[in-house]
Design a protein around this ligand. Structure first.
Ligand code: 3PY
Ligand code: MG
Length: 264
């Protein structure tokens, strides 16, 4: 079976950079897949993406060097299994708040006897190879999001769940759970401490600490702190920021030309 190079990188303690897709476009997925990311996630929770579009996006990512991952909209086995069958090589599950929820999630990602995944790896087998069934339980990456107060309180119990590969922090929901505004993480001491605590406990457990970040610079800082999986923003943010910057640059150039009296 095709190895899970992201899982292997993290196991070697090498930090990986993960792209994030919310725009429902296989072309956008393909473009992002060629930008040097180790993995790219199709976000079915907050992205504007339906299952038909997710299939095309996973197909597009399959042709690139980036490993295809998906975030499900909630902890439901049908959603998890469908995306794995569609070729996702790892699942990020939001709002995991107890060990039981983490076990339920992991179980959906693992074939019996380790779990309850139903057999039918349609695209999974095309991408992974004919021995997909033999290798899938080992290869598929399972990441539980810690972003609720209950999840934070149950962190050690969640980390003890067998078959869970790592934690992925949602800093916006975590801030909300702690009574703060979304995006308050860079300035708020309580949120900062919670993030540092999750990273430290996850590393101590031998699992992968991952986090969503607001920019490349923020992601570099998280890597320096010990995170092994970082997402330096999402496609919508990158597109809008680049577009806004281009418009501002164009306007400032024309303003300075008008100001200096240079014309055509
Ligand atoms: C959060 O910040 O809550 C997230 O889920 C990031 O995607
Ligand atoms: Mg979230």
């Amino acid at each position: 079976m095709r190895p899970n190079c992201l899982k292997e990188m993290c196991q070697r303690q090498e930090a990986a950079v993960n792209g994030w897709l919310g725009i429902p476009s296989s072309y956008a997925a393909e473009v992002m897949g060629y930008q040097g990311f180790d993995a790219v996630t199709v976000d079915m929770q907050h992205g504007m993406i339906g299952f038909d579009q997710a299939i095309a996006m996973l197909q597009a990512l399959s042709a690139t060097p980036a490993l295809p991952l998906a975030r499900v909209s909630c902890n439901h086995p049908a959603l998890v299994m469908q995306l794995l069958d569609a070729g996702a090589y790892g699942i990020i599950c939001p709002m995991i708040s107890s060990a039981l929820e983490a076990e339920f999630f992991v179980s959906a990602c693992r074939y019996p006897p380790q779990g309850t995944r139903s057999f039918g790896p349609a695209r999974g087998m095309l991408y992974g190879g004919p021995d997909y069934f033999q290798g899938a339980n080992q290869a598929i990456l399972t990441l539980a999001m810690i972003e609720t107060r209950a999840g934070l309180d149950a962190l050690d119990a969640i980390l003890a769940v067998e078959g869970l590969d790592g934690i992925f922090i949602g800093p916006n929901d975590l801030a909300l759970a702690l009574g703060k505004a979304p995006s308050s993480e860079p300035d708020d001491e309580e949120v900062r401490q919670a993030i540092a605590h999750i990273c430290e406990r996850t590393r101590a457990s031998g699992k992968i600490p991952g986090i969503f970040c607001s920019s490349g610079e923020a992601a570099a800082q998280r890597m320096a702190e010990g995170f092994l999986l970082v997402t330096p923003g999402h496609d919508v943010g990158m597109l809008s920021q680049a577009a806004r910057h281009a418009v501002q640059a164009a306007r400032s150039q024309s303003a300075s030309r008008q100001g200096s009296g240079v014309g055509y």
